[in-house]
Design a protein around this ligand. Structure first.
Ligand code: HSE
Length: 439
């Protein structure tokens, strides 16, 4: 077998994914060496507290307190960044690049917010920054879109890319449970971010969507342009009414190419119950991609967790090991398209996004009220797909009215909702959720 010297890795972060990476590299060392053509050896690692007991065999790994000692070490070829957050991760990654080291990272926030700067630095230095583990854990969605679908024009993608939200929505749907209780359970499972508002407010999914959209369409990373709505406004009633009408509610990240620009959005979405992706439950992730040649493709798997995420980290390490001696100009580009071929396609303003809607409102139970509501929708050119009046609320003279609409521009829907909310016969705000048929 190969006589090449082992690839020397410095690991920043010995948490869940760091431990998983050590375990996978040790357990599968022979297979990994057979694939990479040389061994991959973790030489040193840093963690905030280096004395803490770990669920990984740290034998032969030098433990250091200062992560800069690793990125500045002449004895390290590849830095694996698993500490998360923006600083000091950004400074460490840029320093590693400046020192000519390749980088593997699972840091979605870092890539979504600072990826343009990081990839430009990596391109100039002729090094690789690999980030498969940043999106959807063990699902190889980056590699699939960047390499396996390289012959396609990607039309759109829609992903369940936050396991915490999917766990919560699944429990609300299957067990009729309350949001707050289920969030605590998801945190206990170790899936939630350090600040779980990143999960439930849709920010984590927006980080991942930003990365996927760049790779799908060859555009710079543009996290601030993503329309982001989390799941905190989704009630048990909405989950139940949606189910009665044949839909499941999922937090989707959607990126879609349109003639006027690109839609980038994360929000709770009604999906017809018969779609495969509507049945992705619990903490599992899935990404549905539509390429013009391949057609629709669904990738499903564990979106987080120690070894699933380590699987992606190690695959990136194998890729780095394979190309260590190759000409930088002939490597797979970081964002799938050559850096000088990224295009500045506009990202659509929220008002220009087109989607179907689910509306829930509380209306007085008297003749003519529904006619007023449907007249407003008609005047805004909004077609109704289904309308249903549910059982009256206890001790109140209002009834919930649910309306499903066909696709319409968000600006027209916002105008209609403002007019409906102003009707004396409608009490309180109108709940609005978006709906996608994903055909
Ligand atoms: N908090 C994330 C999730 C972890 O729930 O999916 C994986 O990025």
């Amino acid at each position: 077998m190969s006589q090449l010297a082992p690839v020397r890795v410095g690991l920043l972060g010995l948490g869940t994914v760091g431990g998983g990476t050590i375990n996978v590299l040790r357990r599968n060392a022979a297979e990994i060496t057979r694939r990479a053509g040389r061994a991959i050896a973790i030489r040193c690692a840093t963690a905030r507290s280096i004395d803490k007991p770990r669920r990984a065999d740290l034998g032969g790994i030098k433990l250091l307190k200062d992560p800069f000692a690793i990125v500045n070490s002449p004895d390290i070829d590849v830095v694996v960044e698993l500490i998360g957050g923006i600083e000091p991760a950004r400074a460490l990654v840029l320093q590693a690049i400046a020192n000519g080291k390749h980088v593997v990272t699972a840091n979605k926030a870092l890539i979504a917010l600072h990826g343009n700067e990081i990839f430009a630095a990596a391109h100039a230095a002729g090094v690789i920054v690999a980030f498969e583990a940043a999106v959807a854990g063990g699902i190889p969605i980056i590699k699939t879109m960047r390499e396996a679908l390289a012959g396609n024009t990607i039309e759109w993608l829609a992903g369940i890319i936050n396991g915490t939200c999917n766990y919560i929505l699944t429990a609300m749907s299957t067990a009729g449970r309350e949001f707050g209780d289920v969030l605590k359970e998801a945190q206990a499972l170790g899936y939630a971010e350090a600040d779980p508002s990143f999960d439930i407010e849709g920010i984590d999914a927006a980080h991942k969507l930003t990365i996927l959209a760049s790779i799908a369409f060859g555009i710079p990373l543009q996290f601030p342009r993503v329309l982001v709505e989390g799941i905190t406004q989704v009630s048990r009633e909405d989950v139940r009414y949606a189910a009665q009408l044949g839909y499941h509610i999922k937090l989707l990240g959607i990126a879609r190419r349109t003639p006027d620009g690109i839609e980038l959005r994360v929000h709770p979405t009604l999906i017809p119950e018969q779609r495969l992706i509507a049945n992705v439950n619990g903490v599992m992730n899935a990404v549905l991609v539509r390429g013009d040649a391949a057609g629709p493709m669904l990738l499903y798997g564990a979106g987080a967790g120690s070894e699933p995420t380590a699987s992606a980290v190690v695959a990136d390490l194998v890729d780095v090991a394979r190309v260590l001696t190759s000409d930088p100009e002939n490597r797979v580009p970081h964002l799938a398209f050559q850096p000088d071929a990224l295009t500045d396609v506009p990202i659509l303003e929220p008002g220009a996004i087109e989607t179907g809607y689910y509306l829930r409102m509380h209306a007085l139970d008297k003749p003519g009220v529904l006619a007023e509501v449907t007249r407003i929708l008609a005047e805004q050119q909004i077609s109704i797909e289904a309308i249903s009046q549910r059982e009256p609320l206890a001790d109140e003279d209002v009834v919930p009215v649910i309306i499903i609409t066909q696709r319409i521009r968000e600006a027209a829907m916002n105008a209609a909702i403002a007019r409906i909310e102003a009707l004396p016969s409608v009490s309180g705000p109108v709940t609005r959720l978006r709906l996608e048929h994903l055909e």
